[in-house]
Design a protein around this ligand. Structure first.
Ligand SMILES: NC(=O)c1ccc[n+]([C@@H]2O[C@H](COP(=O)([O-])OP(=O)(O)OC[C@H]3O[C@@H](n4cnc5c(N)ncnc54)[C@H](O)[C@@H]3O)[C@@H](O)[C@H]2O)c1
Ligand SMILES: O=C(O)CC[C@@H](O)C(=O)O
Length: 528
């Protein structure tokens, strides 16, 4: 049996390692203790890799991982995974989004309490210095304080709930959620960032991305109360680190509780030199409960993806299958088939692919576009194109991807039209699904037609003159080709379009003979 290889690149709990070890159809390699440069040698054999924040999945990693089909980030944040790089190579990237939520929530509360009571310093004075000076350690209470929560997702909303337990006055800022997500929990909601800057304590729980890096910097800190407390258990760099250091030194920020740093490991960071900072070494996810769960989920997900069964929590799939209503699924298949058909007929450099989804289907036009790209590119690039990398490859080839949608679909419940622009001109195809799953092509280049997109076919554009059908039948018959269906559509200007479904492949000789007919304008052969 040809076994798939799963490489574990970082330390994960033994519960997951045992699962991998005991899975017969998996070849499991433990590479967590190996130097990261040597990992590049090992990763070349991996079908699936499991990583944490200590392994950067960057260009170097991905270039070395020539067999890789899937990668599991054993945690929430995937800012150290080059998702575009994965997509370009057809690698499915996944994370484990909720298994460490509680661990991170509780560490946030610990930092908050620790900052308010200057806990580590009080602890060190007694434990390390053996000094009993109670007058040095007057802290502040959480009770009654205003807490600003930036990012109200899995962690942020739970921090808010716990803060309410401490009878704090909590306000959430997260423009990407409905306000009711907060207000239903009895938590105030704002879209005005200044409301957050006016709080006594601010904690951040957003992902790290272009929008959130330096979200709090010199200007924002200037607007804050003197003596504000800042907590970051999300990602280093969400608070600008230079601004933190300067304002902690001046006392504008009274205390900061920091679990994460812009560059990790951070053993000589200037924040570590300051007396008003409580720090931990990226321990947000480090509870035994959370690590066991992350490890088990990562191992199971890695096995499923190695077997090609499922890709739980995929980050770069164009569609989340669970969110696609069942009526859309046959349209996805139809779109890919029609695009494949159209690209075969076009046989020239593709410049643009436009997908127009009409009816309720309009809401899913982006997903349909991806599958149209797969269909088109499969003709020229083969099966290495999949729905993870199709749009990247199309863009790299300079193909314009256009989507349109409308509610009106001329008598059909839903309809999808693909328009391909090539160096030779424009071709269009439309289709619909009758009932639950009867897929039909209903229009070819403006000719109304009704065919199932399946099998071998000749598409012939011809002058609408007598005797064409007979002559075509003769040529195909002479070559021993059986016609299973012949669909004719007559245009207004004396031109007709025929789609001839046949049982055997039509050779280039057959196509040449058809082209030589006096009525013939254009002949193409295609197979789905
Ligand atoms: N310290 C650790 O070990 C540790 C552990 C787990 C998670 N994390 C980090 O914590 C953060 C939050 O994780 P989560 O599981 O709650 O993620 P999540 O995706 O459930 O929530 C993130 C929230 O941030 C919001 N958001 C995004 N951009 C925003 C913006 N510009 N302004 C305001 N809100 C914005 C989103 O709408 C979402 O509600 C992530 O950065 C994650 O990597 C750290
Ligand atoms: O332990 C890790 O890999 C980091 C965990 C945490 O930061 C996460 O994003 O899940």
């Amino acid at each position: 049996m040809n076994k798939n290889t799963i490489v574990v690149c970082d330390h994960i709990h033994e519960a997951g390692l045992n699962i991998l070890q005991n899975t017969e159809d998996i070849n499991y390699v433990y590479a967590a203790d190996i130097d990261k440069t040597k990992l590049l040698d090992i990763i070349k054999d991996a079908d699936v890799a499991i990583t944490r924040s200590s392994t950067d999945v960057d260009e170097k990693f991905l270039n070395a991982a020539t067999n890789l089909k899937a990668i599991i980030r054993a945690g929430v944040g995937y800012d150290n995974v080059d998702i575009d790089g994965c997509s370009k190579r057809g690698i499915i990237a996944m994370n484990v989004p909720t298994a460490n939520t509680i661990a991170a929530v509780e560490l946030t509360m610990a930092h908050m309490l620790s900052c308010m009571r200057k806990f580590p310093y009080a602890h060190n004075q007694l434990k390390n210095d053996r000094v009993w000076k109670r007058e040095d350690w007057y802290g502040n209470e959480l009770y009654g304080k205003k807490l600003g929560v930036i990012g109200f997702g899995n962690i942020g909303h739970r921090v808010a709930l716990r803060a309410k337990g401490f009878e704090m006055d909590v306000i959430a800022y997260d423009p990407y959620i409905p306000s009711t997500k907060a207000t239903d929990l009895g938590i105030k909601y704002t879209t005005n960032f200044d409301d957050i800057l006016a709080c006594d304590i601010i904690t951040i729980h957003t992902p790290k991305n272009k929008e959130t890096i330096d979200m709090i910097s010199f200007d924002e800190i200037k607007k804050m109360k003197d003596g504000v407390v800042l907590i970051n258990c999300a990602r280093g760099g969400l608070y600008n680190e230079e601004a933190l250091v300067e304002n902690l030194k001046s006392g504008k920020i009274a205390m900061a509780g920091i679990d994460v740093f812009k560059k990790e490991p951070a053993t000589s960071h200037p924040l570590l030199d300051l007396p008003n900072v409580t720090v931990t070494a990226h321990l947000g996810a480090n509870t035994k409960e959370s690590q066991r769960e992350i490890s088990v989920q990562s191992a199971n997900n890695a096995i499923e993806s190695a077997r090609g069964i499922a890709y739980p929590n995929a980050l770069n799939l164009p569609i989340d299958e669970s969110k696609i209503p069942s009526f859309v699924k046959p349209y996805i298949e139809l779109t890919q088939k029609m695009a494949f058909l159209l690209a075969q007929i076009s046989k020239s450099e593709i410049r643009a692919i436009e997908v127009n989804a009409e009816g309720e289907l309009g809401d899913f036009v982006d997903s349909l576009q991806t599958f149209a790209s797969v269909g088109v590119l499969n003709v020229s690039s083969g099966l290495s194109v999949n729905y993870v990398n199709a749009n990247f490859i199309a863009k790299e080839k300079g193909i314009d991807l256009v989507t349109k949608s409308s509610s009106n679909c001329n008598g059909y419940k839903n309809k999808v039209t693909i328009k391909i622009t090539t160096s030779k001109g424009v071709k269009t195809i439309s289709g619909t699904v009758f009932g639950d799953e009867v897929q039909r092509v209903i229009d070819f280049d403006g000719f109304a037609i009704d065919i199932e997109p399946k099998g071998k076919m000749i598409i012939m554009r011809n002058k609408d003159i007598p005797g064409v059908i007979g002559k075509v039948g003769n040529i195909l018959g002479n070559h021993g080709i059986n016609i299973s269906d012949f669909r004719l559509s007559r245009g207004k200007d004396g031109i007709a379009l025929a789609v001839i479904l046949i049982d055997e492949k039509a050779s280039s000789k057959v196509i040449a003979e058809l082209e030589s007919l006096e009525a013939s304008i254009a002949i193409a052969y295609a197979e789905i």
